[in-house]
Design a protein around this ligand. Structure first.
Ligand code: FDA
Length: 307
């Protein structure tokens, strides 16, 4: 990260909301389900599957969690009736993990049942470290009854090797990513190379255990290692998929190269009104997006003044 990028990253919370909103439109599929489904259709047409994420996390009351469940059901219905190649991704805090753990578990079960009846997969996203254990344990518990669910493991977490072993024992499907939250050094590796090496180590363990893996990264170094492992270990094409985020600045050419080479690809498609937290995380991680948008805004203002 360059100096300017780092400066932008630290000042992200101070960026005016209208600007964050403008930025968010670059990597959020839309404000509503119809818009998100349009994006899924386009992705399917170019050979990628999708996973829909209803934006919203850390809900403040049970009625909000209830509304999240309803929205996921609407999404699952539409994906099924339109015969689209897409599952959903869910955050447990959006289902009330902070409010009432047993109610949250009940909510995720309702989504899993609804999804299973429509032959859809539900990935449980991984949030920041206060939720790691509860999230992994929930997926492990539910997986016995609901084969249509899977976990996410973050390579920056020091504990992840143990989580991978627990998940591998039960052959749970795992999305492997680096991790996006700002964590203390006590729980997460801070060194870029160590995170990459840990990613490769965990990926090899998952492949060797025969788990289905979502290789979630835009880092070509990791993509290369994944391809090397697939080749050397003889992992079948049905045993893994690459996964990428939607949006500006994300490596679309790499996505197209992998799809063109016949690898499965899935794109994460977030939508909804609760765009702020997701946008701020993405901006902190990749301030270049803010730079592009600031340039657009300045250009728009200059055009306006010239008129
Ligand atoms: P890295 O950050 O090193 O980026 C490699 C290259 O891609 C760089 O050139 C960079 O500029 C570009 N790039 C990376 N991220 C970009 C972005 N957001 N926008 C534009 N360009 C970008 N995390 C988490 O904690 N819990 C989760 O559940 C998930 N879920 C998830 C699903 C999917 C499908 C993906 C792809 C990622 C996640 N993540 C996540 C986020 C993940 O942990 C990680 O923060 C990002 O993928 C960035 O890491 P990379 O491996 O891409 O490498």
């Amino acid at each position: 990260m360059g100096l300017l990028d780092r400066a932008i990253a630290t000042t992200v919370p101070a960026i005016p909301k209208p600007l964050v909103r403008k930025v968010s439109s670059r990597y959020i599929a839309g404000r509503n389900l119809r818009e998100a489904v349009r994006t899924v259709r386009q992705l399917n047409a170019e050979g990628s599957a999708a996973t829909l994420d209803v934006l919203g996390e850390g809900v403040r009351d049970v009625s909000q969690a209830e509304e999240t469940v309803r929205e996921y059901k609407r999404a699952l219905d539409l994906l099924a009736t339109e015969n689209l190649n897409s599952g959903v991704s869910v955050k447990l805090t959006a289902l009330g993990l902070d409010l009432d753990q047993s109610q949250c578990r009940n909510n995720i079960k309702r989504i899993l049942e609804y999804a299973a009846a429509r032959d859809r997969f539900v990935r449980v996203d991984m949030e920041d470290s206060p939720y790691t254990e509860r999230t992994i344990q929930t997926v492990l518990d539910l997986h016995a009854d609901y084969g249509n669910t899977g976990a996410v493991v973050q390579a920056y977490m020091r504990r992840s090797v143990f989580d991978v072993e627990r998940l591998a024992e039960r052959k749970v499907s795992v999305r492997l990513c680096k991790g996006i939250y700002v964590e203390p050094r006590r729980v997460a590796y801070k060194n870029f190379d160590v995170v990459r090496e840990n990613y490769v180590w965990l990926l090899e363990k998952l492949f060797r255990a025969g788990c289905y893996v979502g290789v979630a990264t835009h880092d070509e170094y990791l993509v290369w290692h994944a391809l090397r492992l697939v080749h050397d270990l003889g992992v079948p094409g049905s045993g893994y998929e690459f996964q990428m985020l939607l949006g500006l600045g994300v490596d679309e050419p790499l996505r197209k190269i992998l799809v063109g080479a016949g690898h499965r690809m899935r794109v994460y498609v977030p939508y909804g009104e609760q765009w702020y937290e997701y946008s701020v995380r993405r901006l902190k991680e990749n301030p270049k997006v803010a730079t592009y948008v600031t340039r657009d805004v300045v250009a728009e203002m200059a055009n306006y003044l010239r008129r």
